[in-house]
Design a binder for this molecule. Structure first.
Ligand code: DON
Length: 623
C-alpha cells in the first residue's frame, strides 16, 4: 500500500471536512498538530468527540463482571485495603454472584504492580517475606505475575480423551469429572493476599461469605444464564440443589439465591487459608466425589498443587511499557508478538477499523496463533522458543511475510479446517487503588459453569479446563484451537491458556492501565485491540473497550467481526480474499486506568465495564 500518498489524500480530505465545520484558528491548530504528530492527522477521535466515557473516582476503582462483587472490592479499598485486597475480595465474591465463571474450583492468572511506598501503607511484600526473584522493578514499585492455572492430575495421560477408534470424546472432556484439572484458585488468591495484601484474609473474604450466607437477589443476567444452563446443571444433583429452587425451577429476576454450603466453605478458607482446600475439609469432600464418581484427582494431587510466581513478559510499545502473562498462558506471548509486528505498520494512519488496518491485524493474528498452537505449552514441562518468539528479530521476519494487499489462506500456512465456538464463561477484573497499585485478574472454570458438577456439601463447581490441552493433535477444542504435542496432557502439567491479564506503564514507569478479558481464544485479540485503540488510535479507555472488535486465529480461515463495521469495510476485506463472518460480541474487557497527574482534576482513577455483557460494573471506591 502506498502509505504516504494515501495518508496525504486522507489528510487533505479531513482538512476540507474540518474547514467546513470548524473555525480557521482551530483548523490552523489541527494542521500544526498534524505536522507534529502525523498519526493524529485523520484521527477524528479526540477526547470530546468520543461517545463513551469511563467512570471517574477520586480514589480507587474496581471494574468487574458483576456489580455486587465489584462493590465489595471498592468497599475493601475504602477499608484501607490495597488493589490486591480488593481484587481478592472481588474474586471470592464473584465465586458467589457469578457462578458461570467466578469460582473456587477453577484457576486463573494475575498480574500486579504495587508501589514500594504509598498512602495505603507499606503493608505488603518485603515486610513479611523475602523478596521475590520473579518480581520486576518498575518505576517506584514492582510487578509480578501469579500462575494459579489448574494442573492435570497425576493419573492423567496424553490419550485420556481418546476413544478406542482414536476419535476424541468431547462429552468426556466437557461434561465429566475427568475434564477437571486440579483447581488453583484458592491457592492463588490466598497466596497473593498473604504476600501483597494489607488486610487479614478473613476481612477480605467476609463480604463473599455474607453474600453466600444471606443470599442476593438474582439479576436478569444470572436468571437467564441459569435457565440456559439447566440442561447442564440439572443433571448433577448437587448443582441442581445449589442453583435451582426446591421445586427445580430457576430463580426469577429479583429472587434470593442463598448458598449456605458455599458460605461454609468460604468460612473454612477464611479461617484456615488454603490448607482447608488442599488438605482439609474441602479436600476430603472433593476427593470423595472423585473416588465415588470416577474422577482422577487424589489427595496427593491437591497436596502437590502450587500457585507459581512468574516474571511477567514485557515489551515497549507505542511509548509505553506493556507487561503481560507468560506461559502457560499462550496469551501474553502472542500479544507481545502481535504488538511488535504491528507497531511499525502505522495503524493510526491507516485508521481505526479501516479495511487496511483490519487486514494487517488479521494476517498478523493468523501467524501468531499458528505459533501459539504449535509451540507453546507449560514452561515447567516443555521446552519452547519463547525468547525467540517475542524477539524483535522474529517480529521483523513475521512482518516481512505479510502481504499488504492479499489475505494468505490458512491452508497455505497450515493444512486443516476447524470450527470456532464462543465462550461466555471466564471473567476478568481490574483494580486500581489510590496509590496507583494495579491488579489484573482473569479466572475461569473454562466453559460456563465448568463441567456443571458441584462438589457435594462444599457448594462449588468444578472446571473442565482439561479441554485446553491437546486431546489429539489438530482436533479443535471448545474455542476451535487446533493445538500440538507441546500441549499434550501429562501429569501435573498445566494446559495452555489464552487468558491475558495485562498492565501498561507510561514511559517513566508510572502505572497507566490494567486490562484483560474472557472469550477463550478471542481473549488475546480482544486485549490487543484495547491496547491498540487506547495507545495507537488515541481513544479514551471507554471508547477503546467499546469499539467493535475483529478476530482471526488461523482456523477457521475467517475474520469474526462484531456488529459495527460498515459493509463497505467488509467488502474491502472480501476483496483482499478474506471470509468475513458476523459473530456475537466478543470478550468483556473490564479495565481501569490511572489518569496522568497533570490531567487529573483530583481524578484518582478511571474505570470501564465492558458494555458487551449485562451486569458488569465499574465501581469507584466510596468517598
Ligand atoms: O484458559 C483459557 O484460554 C480458556 N479456558 C478460557 C475460557 C474462556 O475464556 C471462556 N469464556 N469466555
Amino acid at each position: 500500500m502506498p502509505a504516504a500518498g494515501h495518508s496525504h489524500w486522507k489528510l487533505h480530505h479531513v482538512l476540507i471536512l474540518m474547514a467546513r465545520r470548524f473555525s480557521w484558528p482551530m483548523l490552523a491548530l489541527a494542521v500544526l498538530g498534524a505536522s507534529v504528530q502525523p498519526a493524529l492527522a485523520n484521527n477524528l477521535l479526540q477526547e470530546k468527540a468520543q461517545r463513551f466515557h469511563p467512570v471517574a473516582s477520586s480514589a480507587g476503582m474496581v471494574a468487574a463482571q458483576e456489580e455486587r462483587a465489584a462493590a465489595v472490592g471498592a468497599a475493601v479499598l475504602r477499608q484501607g485495603g490495597n488493589a490486591v485486597d480488593a481484587a481478592v475480595a472481588t474474586a471470592f465474591a464473584l465465586a458467589v454472584t457469578l457462578p458461570q465463571a467466578g469460582n473456587l474450583g477453577g484457576g486463573g492468572f494475575l498480574l500486579l504492580w504495587l508501589p514500594r511506598e504509598g498512602a495505603i501503607g507499606t503493608c505488603h511484600a518485603a515486610q513479611r517475606h523475602p523478596a521475590l526473584a520473579e518480581a520486576l522493578p518498575i518505576g517506584r514499585g514492582e510487578a509480578v505475575a501469579l500462575n494459579f492455572r489448574e494442573t492435570a492430575p497425576l493419573a492423567a495421560a496424553a490419550d485420556l480423551f481418546l476413544r478406542p477408534d482414536g476419535s476424541v470424546d468431547r462429552t468426556r472432556i466437557l461434561r465429566s469429572l475427568l475434564g477437571s484439572g486440579v483447581p488453583g484458585t484458592v491457592a492463588g488468591l490466598t497466596q497473593v493476599q498473604d504476600r501483597y495484601g494489607c488486610l487479614p484474609l478473613a476481612t477480605v473474604m467476609q463480604p463473599a461469605i455474607a453474600l453466600a450466607e444471606k443470599g442476593f437477589p438474582v439479576g436478569a443476567e444470572l436468571s437467564a444464564s441459569l435457565i440456559a444452563a439447566a440442561p447442564l446443571l440439572q443433571v448433577d444433583p448437587a448443582s441442581k440443589r445449589q442453583f435451582y429452587k426446591a421445586d427445580g425451577l430457576p430463580y426469577q429476576h429479583g429472587e434470593l439465591l442463598r448458598q449456605p454450603q458455599l458460605a461454609a466453605s468460604l468460612r473454612c478458607i477464611a479461617a484456615q487459608g488454603s490448607a482447608c482446600f488442599y488438605r482439609g475439609r474441602l479436600a476430603e469432600k472433593l476427593v470423595a466425589l472423585m473416588r465415588r464418581s470416577g474422577g482422577l484427582i487424589t489427595m496427593a494431587d491437591l497436596q502437590l498443587y502450587r500457585a507459581l510466581w512468574q516474571r511477567p513478559l514485557q515489551t515497549p510499545f507505542a511509548g509505553h511499557r506493556v507487561l503481560t502473562m507468560p506461559p502457560p498462558s499462550g496469551g501474553g506471548a502472542t500479544l507481545v508478538q502481535l504488538l511488535k509486528v504491528l507497531e511499525p505498520l502505522n495503524l493510526a494512519e491507516r485508521g481505526l477499523n479501516s479495511a487496511a488496518s483490519i487486514h494487517l491485524m488479521v494476517e498478523a493474528m493468523n501467524l501468531a496463533y499458528r505459533d501459539r498452537n504449535r509451540l507453546l505449552g507449560d514452561p515447567d514441562q516443555v521446552v519452547m522458543p519463547l525468547a525467540e518468539l517475542i524477539s524483535d528479530r522474529y517480529a521483523d521476519q513475521q512482518r516481512q511475510r505479510l502481504s499488504l494487499e492479499r489475505h494468505r489462506p490458512a491452508a497455505e500456512l497450515e493444512a486443516e479446517p476447524s470450527s470456532l465456538s464462543g465462550g461466555v464463561n471466564t471473567t476478568h477484573l481490574s483494580v486500581v487503588d489510590r496509590d496507583g497499585g494495579l491488579v489484573s485478574l482473569t479466572t475461569t472454570l473454562n466453559t460456563a459453569y465448568g463441567n456443571g458438577i458441584a462438589v457435594p456439601g462444599a457448594g462449588f463447581l468444578l472446571n473442565n479446563e482439561m479441554d485446553d490441552f491437546t486431546a489429539k493433535p489438530g482436533a479443535p477444542n471448545a474455542y476451535g484451537l487446533r493445538q500440538g504435542g507441546q500441549n499434550a496432557i501429562a501429569p501435573r502439567r498445566r494446559p495452555l491458556s489464552s487468558m491475558t491479564p495485562t498492565l501498561v506503564f507510561r514511559a517513566g514507569g508510572e502505572p497507566l492501565l490494567a486490562t484483560g478479558s474472557p472469550g477463550g481464544s478471542r481473549i488475546i485479540t480482544t486485549v490487543l485491540q484495547v491496547l491498540l485503540n487506547r495507545l495507537v488510535h488515541g481513544l479514551n479507555l471507554a471508547s477503546a473497550v467499546a469499539s467493535p472488535r475483529v478476530h482471526s486465529q488461523l482456523w477457521p480461515d475467517q475474520i469474526s467481526v462484531e456488529q459495527g463495521l460498515s459493509s463497505d469495510t467488509i467488502d474491502r476485506l472480501r476483496q483482499r480474499g478474506h471470509t468475513v463472518v458476523l459473530v456475537p460480541a466478543m470478550g468483556s474487557a473490564n479495565s481501569v486506568e490511572v489518569p496522568a497527574a497533570e490531567h487529573s482534576l483530583r481524578v484518582g482513577s478511571l474505570g470501564v465495564a465492558d458494555p458487551r455483557r449485562q451486569g458488569a460494573a465499574s465501581v469507584p471506591e466510596p468517598p
